[in-house]
Design a binder for this molecule. Sequence first.
Ligand SMILES: [Zn+2]
Length: 494
Amino acid sequence: MTIRLRTLRSAVLATAGLLVLESCSVNPATGQRQLAMMSEAQEVETGRQADREISAAYGLYDDPELQAYVERVGLAIARQTERPNLPWQIRVVDDPVVNAFALPGGFLYVTRGILGHFNSEAELASVLGHEIGHVTGRHSVEQMSKAQLASVGFGVAMIASEGMRRFGDLAQLGLNLLFLKFSRTHEKEADDLGLRYLVNAGYDPRPMLDVFTTLDRVSAAAGAGRLPNWLSTHPNPEDRGRRLAAQIAQLPAERQTTGRVERDPYLRRLEGLVFGENPRDGFFVENRFYHPEMAFQLTMPAGWQQENQRQAVISLRPENDAAVILTLAAEGSPQEAARAFFSQQGIERGNAWRTNFHHFRTAPAVDAAGQAQQQLRGIVGFVSHQGRVLRLLGMSVAERWPQAERELAAALASFGPLTDRRYLDVQPARIRLVALDRPTTLAELARREGATADLQQLAILNGIAPETPLAAGRLVKLVHGGELPGGARPAGSR
Ligand SMILES: [Zn+2]
């Protein structure tokens, strides 16, 4: 809920505009001739713009020491590549999703979600090496010319403009779309480059295989249809794992086994890391939404699909024909925000519903493909709350409006301040490291210590099975805290 969508959209569109220029060059990392869509200066500038938006949209994880550490590990690898002089930036984004991604020009991101799942510095280095490979291979430069970019622009534009025609897309809106998919060829190339960089940086390459196993387990545990994670943008973990294992086996023997792993020093850096969704950024208990940081609450229609995204809280009727969307307005007052909203083309202002709330309808229109857009009706309101202006939007397709109006109005009217300490004071779950004082298993340890993540999740986090015998002295990750009022449990990693 911190993003200014209009800014993001213009950045994405500006980026698209840059892609018209084409030239052909030989890539220094891969030795391949490439259609380079832009010069290095343009590449860096494109990355820098998108970086600002991503950093603002996700928020960086608030732990300067961890940020500096991840940056050190990444830079040490990046400086040994064929493109040592890019303005490399490596950032930890405040997101529970298990993911890592790269932008043109050397901007790399790892989520706090993926950091929590690594069990050594070598594992972190292997993922950074892979993402660095996408940059040195200039994959993102080629990539950003493709259809995904259009869909990013479209997705963001949809939520920014009220003239959206399909509610169905709402559920998957937002920055998840920015996880650009690379082609299989590019993934293999990034794996190859990443392995070379990892070994050159003095790491043991074998933990790279453990990363594949872990990500595979995360993906399996999340089940189908969940939000994207690293695996959905990096398909085929098993094949890639097998391929890499074969490559590692061909390395000189001493390079296979004598590199650095840095298990315990890495794990100790995870002490206190926020795990799973952070309820301070807002959470649902059934259909009631609480936002402790911004101290407001709201009841969405019962039985609708609820989604708390960083830039919007969304409630969607399962039939995809009505939605409530709460966002921050960029303007300084409700009046200015309303003016800006109604100055958009295609939106007709209707009667006032209550102070600063108005009915509206969208004008009949056709999209770029000449398809008639569905007409929408709704109520939009702007409220000033603790120095911010929030936009509350309830809308449905025009045919649904007679039934939807009452439910939507009730949701908007339920907005109010949050004053209950039990909700205001919720804290996220955090990773805690335990050094075993005797041989045990994870199952036994979790029972004894009363961890708040389930055993399966803990097993994935630690890269072991619940019943794997663990020797005394071993460091084990547990998860503590994060309980919500009324005994609800925090959501885990996605
Ligand atoms: Zn990749």
